[in-house]
Design a protein around this ligand. Structure first.
Ligand code: GLN
Length: 287
């Protein structure tokens, strides 16, 4: 941008053809505090030199492809605002499905133990802790930088949970959970999608998982039974075309009641199974 915009209206005009107007309005709000309605009503309102420079910086970086969530430092998940940085995957609406599926399966009056593998921003773990107040939630990530972000979100949103730096289950220790949830990396290593849009700026370790995209889903499904209480559930997010493969992984690991649930776009996005109750009840109370 050659010259800095001097007014709200000029700022919007400077964005035209470069970034969507909706994003320009978000940046204006971030920099000036003015809502979209105010921007529309008072286009002549002046920007300070500092506001203009900050806005121009955001516009440049967005035009170069940086995700809005990283530029604003936040993204909403399940109705709450989470801080995000390039150390973590940007929470996506389809992941909210896992929260709904867990909530629907918590037996009333119980205090379930919940484990979130690869917590990233903490979106899933913190949301589950807040939505199921009796739950005892443990969140794991391999990345210390991600755990910092997740800890910050838990503190800011008033959620109590335990954090462990761990390569999936490696450092979890002797523990049994009623629910294990994960949004692991599941994209094929050489998927062209990795070179497009927001994902270019996200941690590759949160996205790509081997030649089939199934490396981490396979590891988690195979290891999870040892960490599940009898009758406990494993729920994993996966790619649009992986429901069948993930269901097969769950079946091979001994899970029962295996099913795949669709996200709001109608895509089978989460597969889940229940680890059979042992003893005389086995095979009976699995619905
Ligand atoms: N759904 C995300 C995407 O395709 C990937 C998230 C993930 O790998 N867990 O951009």
């Amino acid at each position: 941008m050659a010259e800095l915009p001097v007014s709200l209206g000029e700022a919007l005009a400077a964005a035209r053809g470069r970034i969507p107007a909706s994003e320009a309005r978000m940046f204006l709000r971030e920099v000036t505090g003015c809502s979209a309605a105010q921007v529309a009503a008072y286009p002549e309102r002046a920007l300070s030199a500092e506001q203009a420079a900050r806005y121009a910086g955001l516009l440049e970086r967005r035009a170069a492809g940086e995700p809005v969530a990283y530029l604003l430092g936040e993204r909403e998940f399940y109705g709450r605002s989470f801080r995000v940085s390039p150390a973590v995957l940007i929470p996506r609406p389809e992941t909210e499905l896992i929260v709904d599926l867990v909530k629907a399966r918590v037996a009333p009056g119980t205090a379930p133990a919940v484990l979130d593998l690869g917590t990233g921003s903490g979106a899933l773990a913190v949301t589950l802790a807040l939505e199921i107040p009796a739950a005892r939630v443990t969140a794991v990530d391999l990345s210390p930088a991600a755990l910092e972000v997740a800890r910050g979100n838990a503190a800011a949103l008033g959620a109590q949970l335990r954090f462990i730096e761990s390569d999936w289950f490696a450092a979890v220790g002797m523990a049994q959970f009623d629910f294990i949830v994960s949004n692991p990396p599941y994209i094929v290593d050489d998927d062209p999608h990795l070179a497009e849009g927001d994902v270019r700026f996200e941690p590759r370790s949160a996205l790509a998982s081997g030649r089939s995209g199934l490396d981490d889903l396979t590891r988690i499904a195979a290891a999870a039974p040892a960490f599940l209480a009898p009758g406990g559930w494993l729920l994993m997010e996966h790619g649009y075309d992986q429901a069948e493969a993930v269901s097969a992984l769950l079946g091979a690991a001994g899970f029962a009641a295996v099913e795949s649930a669709r996200d709001l776009a109608g895509i089978e996005r989460v597969s889940l199974g229940r680890y059979p109750l042992r003893g005389v009840d086995a095979g009976v109370r699995q619905a």
